[in-house]
Design a protein. Sequence first.
Length: 117
Amino acid sequence: VQLQASGGGLAQAGGSLKVSCAASDTILSFRTMGWYRQRPGKSREWVATITADGFTNWANDVEGRFTLSIDNARTLNLRMNDLRPSDTAIYYCNARRAQNDRMVDYWGQGTLVTVSS
């Protein structure tokens, strides 16, 4: 499984950015897909998840500002609106699949999002 992240960049507070994750397998082949981020000086944290059934879950501080969408059954997009400087982080795409009675995580390479005040 390969996950290729793209997008991100620089935005001002209140602005919007999109990050995308292109998967080598169809999204339906995973139990979940989602995004994590690592803020400067912090450990990686969960941002959002979408299940194969289409249910989404959000971290408290992004819910209502970020949205998920899927293109062509292989690309997961994270649209980030009303950005805050605290959203500055490297964003990592994650896919989770059940294999041999255990869950296996796959990660994209990370894409940088910088929000200026």
